[in-house]
Write a protein that binds this ligand. Structure first.
Ligand code: PLP
Length: 493
């Protein structure tokens, strides 16, 4: 097959041999690269990468895919950030399951859109089985439903939209009393997408009322009840309580049973953001940490975190499937009223939507849920060991014992002014990123900056992380050379 007619680049029965050759070439470029990768990123400077990308003339095509792939390898594969490298301990990114990669290849080529049944058939049925499977693992009951989404941010928005419309529907007359506002109760550790969703839903920037936490940064249920009482005393309406099962920074799991009691007494929608901790649903040793999740009205689970799925793969689940009607819009050309087909567009904020569920399906059929859970458990075990190592190091301050797989710490060699140690946090992270050998994250908790290890690779060893710690020390020491006052100014800038 030559590449000279307009349709010769398009996937079909007539081009399938060419497709196979191209995919084989892409596979070769990828495997050649991954075999030699030894660090999470190349270490190339941003200005050089900007020049590299700007140097491509998008209006001067190379004419064939093999040349385009070579160029892409130079631009993308050589400078990608590799989450499977043991030096990558920055954000909630995971190495991906190989069965899922094979599934993605199929889903991309078939190009199914799981909006209507007539575009997807078994794909819709398979997605619906996985929604039911996940909801059953969470214990959401016989009326549960849900939908795959592009991520936890979208799942949280979707859940809070349902909470808003359900809350309004239950108010007398289906509307808010004059002057009253809808309020969401969540802690300061909740994901920023909760506040962003409130804004998108038209609730105002101050719609999220912060609930105090206990000394372990988990929602305090007594403080929750008090905060709700204060909201009601002003005439406002509690629209939702958002509990987090696995906070992004500390991995903390809010006390779900006690929070569910308060939400029940309030008659308020309970959303559990388990984007990160949701992988405990398949843990054989730690499933109990999610006890109480079965009482949620809605749950967010990210499969592209602890389930080792490629981006994007997430789901929002609801206890009462009837609440999904709030996102249904009947369009004559898509899902006419009265049609009995299982059209997922009736449940989704998106219309055209990738068959992202296939990745999880093939992973479950190949590996099984227990193996996924064991891999997540290995990350959590590693986090405990790493926290021990950091705690034993005389020049390191650890924030606290981990709940899931994040560890917050700071490099604090003896006699270093604490303000300088704080100032070094940003500089250390930046220097490591610039060099590319190890990537760590940084965050602010309790008003102080921390370095963060996020461990989501079950193949990473304690020694691998010790090696990253040595790089942290070296970066810190290099930054300290020169006068401390100057360094402080520089790294605090
Ligand atoms: C990661 C995360 C999110 C956001 O998920 P995305 O998939 O990145 O959109 C939401 N909540 C929590 C607790 C998270 O850890």
């Amino acid at each position: 097959m030559t590449e000279h007619t307009p349709s010769s680049h398009l996937f079909s029965g007539g081009t399938v041999d060419h497709y196979a050759a191209v995919i084989t070439a892409a596979l070769g470029a990828l495997t050649d690269r991954v075999r030699v990768v030894r660090r999470p990123r190349s270490g190339a400077a941003q200005e050089d990468l900007e020049d590299l990308v700007a140097g491509v003339d998008l209006d001067a095509p190379l004419g064939n895919t093999f040349s385009a792939l070579k160029e892409t390898s130079r631009l993308y594969l050589e400078h990608a950030v590799w989450f499977h490298e043991p030096g990558y301990v920055a954000h909630l990114n995971c190495p991906v399951a190989i069965p899922a990669l094979a599934a993605d290849l199929l889903a991309s080529a078939v190009n199914t859109s799981v909006d209507t049944y007539d575009q997807s058939t078994t794909a819709t049925l398979m997605e619906r089985r996985l929604v039911a499977w996940t909801a059953a693992r969470a214990g959401l009951g016989p009326a549960a439903d849900g939908i795959f989404t592009s991520g936890g941010t979208q799942s949280n928005l979707h859940a809070l939209l349902l909470a808003r419309d359900e809350t309004l529907a239950r108010l007398p007359g289906g509307t808010l009393p004059a002057g009253a506002r809808l309020r969401i109760l969540a802690t300061g550790q909740s994901h920023f997408s909760v506040a962003k969703s409130a804004r998108l839903l038209g609730l105002g920037a101050d719609a999220v009322v912060p609930v105090p936490t206990d000394e372990r940064h988990r929602m305090d249920p007594v403080a929750l009840a008090e905060a709700a009482a204060r909201v009601r005393a002003t005439g406002d309406v509690v629209m939702a309580v958002v509990a987090t099962a696995g906070t992004t920074d500390l991995g903390r799991i809010d006390p779900l049973p006690a929070i569910a009691d308060v939400a029940r007494d309030l008659g308020a929608w309970l959303h559990v953001d388990a984007a990160y901790g949701g992988a405990l649903l398949v843990s054989r040793r730690r499933r109990h940490l999610l006890d109480g999740i079965e009482r949620a009205d809605s749950v967010t689970v990210d499969f592209h975190k602890g389930f080792f799925q490629p981006v994007a793969s997430s789901a929002v689940l609801v206890r009462d499937g009837a609440t999904m009607r709030h996102v249904t819009h009947h369009a004559a050309y898509l899902n006419p009223r009265g049609e009995r087909a299982p059209n997922q567009v009736d449940r989704s904020l998106q219309t055209t939507r990738r068959f992202d569920a296939l990745k999880l399906w093939v992973t479950l059929r190949a590996m099984g849920a227990d193996a996924i859970g064991d891999a997540f458990d290995a990350c959590l075990d590693l986090a405990t060991q790493v926290a021990e190592d950091l705690g034993a190091a005389p020049d390191v301050e650890v924030h606290s014992a981990p709940t899931l797989s994040t560890v917050l710490f700071r490099w604090t060699p003896a006699a270093l002014d604490p303000a300088v140690a704080d100032g070094l946090v940003a500089g250390i992270r930046e220097r490591l990123f610039d060099e590319g050998e190890a990537l760590v994250a940084r965050t602010v908790v309790d008003g102080r900056p921390w370095l963060k290890f996020t461990l989501l690779d079950p193949g990473t060893t304690r020694d691998d992380v010790r090696a990253v710690l040595d790089l942290v020390r070296a970066a810190g020491a290099e930054l300290l050379e020169g006068t401390p006052a100057l360094v402080r100014e520089e790294v605090l800038a």
